[in-house]
Each structure stands twice: as C-alpha cells, then as structure tokens.
Design a protein around this ligand. Structure first.
Ligand SMILES: [Zn+2]
Length: 100
C-alpha cells in the first residue's frame, strides 16, 4: 500500500510526497469537491463535479491520519473529510478536473 511520506499545506493546495517518492499537488478546491462523505454524496451529488464557492470550504484547519488507510481533513467550515490513500492518489489525474 502506498502511503503519504510527507503532507504539506499551502494556502491553495495540499502537497503530498508518497512512499514511492511521487509528488502530488492537489488544489484545495478540487480536494473538497471530491469529498466522498455521505453528506457530500447525498446533497451535493457527485457527479456533477462542483468546486466549493466559499473560502472557508476550501481552507484546511487541520490534518490527521485515519488509521493506516486514510487522511482526515478538517475544513474551516467545520466539515470533515476522509480520503482513503488510494482515492487521494487518484485525485491528481482526475479526468473531471481536466475537463473542467
Ligand atoms: Zn463531505
């Protein structure tokens, strides 16, 4: 299983260095739009892909590891997202991102 070796926050993106040394830079608006929690799936209904309108919805307040399988993200609007590592790996090259 590939895991993040290092995770850094910038004002606009999340930078992840993976255990295979790949570096991903994921824009925060994109990351939030890809939240897979039940609330986002049910009410925002992904797809269609929709980036968050509000600054606080694309601002991270804290990051933590969830077990040994995922990354937890706490957003400034009090929403919590959990991204499994394999899901996180796929975000960089998301075809919907390219299309949008
Ligand atoms: Zn969510």
């Amino acid at each position: 299983l590939l895991k993040p070796k290092e995770v850094r926050r910038t004002p606009q993106s999340l930078q992840i260095i993976w255990s295979d040394s790949r570096l991903d830079q994921i824009p925060l608006a994109h990351l939030r739009a890809q939240c897979t929690c039940a609330v986002c799936r049910e009410f925002i209904q992904m797809p269609p892909y929709q980036e968050p309108r509000f600054e606080r919805s694309r601002t991270i307040t804290s990051l933590d590891l969830v077990g040994n399988y995922g990354l937890g993200v706490m957003w400034a609007d009090s929403h919590r997202s959990i991204y499994a590592f394999d899901r996180l790996r796929a975000l960089r090259n998301d075809p919907e991102r390219e299309a949008g």
